[in-house]
Write a protein that binds this ligand. Structure first.
Ligand SMILES: Cc1cc2nc3c(=O)[nH]c(=O)nc-3n(C[C@H](O)[C@H](O)[C@H](O)COP(=O)(O)O)c2cc1C
Length: 168
C-alpha cells in the first residue's frame, strides 16, 4: 500500500472513531450499576473500538451534546430509580442521539420496565431508546449480602448488541 493510501485509511478510521463517541452515564449506590457500566465500556472499547466516556450522574446538568450515543444506567432502591438518573432522563434533550438504558434490580424485569422506566418515557418526548435492559442487582443490608443476582454475562452480550448497532 502506498503511503498516501495508508494515511487516508488512518484518517477515515479516525473519523469513524469520532462518529461514535459514547457516553455511559450512571448512578450507583451499592456499586452494581457502576460494575455494569465498566463492563459495557470495556466491550465497546475493546471489541468495537468506540470512544467511550464513563461518568457518574450528579445533580448538576450533564452536557451530552458532543456524544452520538448515550447509555444510561441506574440501580433501584426503595422502589425508586436513583433520583439523579430520573431527573437526567426526564430533563435532557436526547434528540438525534442513540440512547440505551439499563437498570439493575432484584425485581422481575417486566415489573422494572413498567414501574420505573415507562413513566419517564411518557414524560420526555425526546427520549426514544434504541434498547433497554434490566440486569440482576444485589441487596446488601448492614454489609451482609441478602441477595446477589448479578449477571455480568448478560451485560456483556447486551454491550455487544449495542456495539453492533453503533458501528452500523
Ligand atoms: C435499602 C435497600 C433498598 C433496596 N430496594 C430495592 C428495590 O426497591 N427494588 C430493587 O429492585 N432492588 C432494591 N435493592 C437492591 C439493589 O439496590 C438493586 O437491586 C441494585 O443492584 C442497586 O444498584 P446499585 O448497586 O448500582 O445502586 C435495595 C437495596 C437496598 C440496600
Amino acid at each position: 500500500m502506498t503511503d498516501w493510501v495508508q494515511s487516508l485509511q488512518t484518517l477515515f478510521e479516525k473519523v469513524d472513531y469520532m462518529n461514535n463517541t459514547t457516553l455511559i452515564a450512571f448512578a450507583s449506590k451499592g456499586g452494581v450499576t457502576e460494575e455494569y457500566a465498566s463492563i459495557i465500556a470495556d466491550v465497546l472499547r475493546e471489541k468495537f473500538e468506540v470512544y467511550v466516556d464513563v461518568v457518574k450522574i450528579k445533580r448538576d446538568p450533564l452536557d451530552v451534546s458532543v456524544y452520538h450515543n448515550v447509555i444510561v444506567g441506574s440501580g433501584i432502591r426503595m422502589f425508586r430509580m436513583h433520583s439523579e438518573v430520573r431527573i437526567f432522563l426526564e430533563n435532557t434533550n436526547f434528540s438525534n442521539k442513540r440512547v440505551a438504558i439499563f437498570l439493575s434490580s432484584v425485581e422481575p424485569e417486566e415489573d422494572v420496565i413498567k414501574k420505573y422506566l415507562k413513566p419517564i418515557l411518557e414524560k420526555n418526548p425526546h427520549l426514544k431508546p434504541i434498547a433497554t435492559n434490566v440486569f440482576g442487582g444485589r441487596m446488601k443490608i448492614f454489609g451482609k449480602t441478602a441477595a446477589d443476582m448479578r449477571e455480568p454475562d448478560k451485560v456483556k452480550t447486551w454491550a455487544e448488541e449495542l456495539g453492533r448497532k453503533f458501528i452500523n
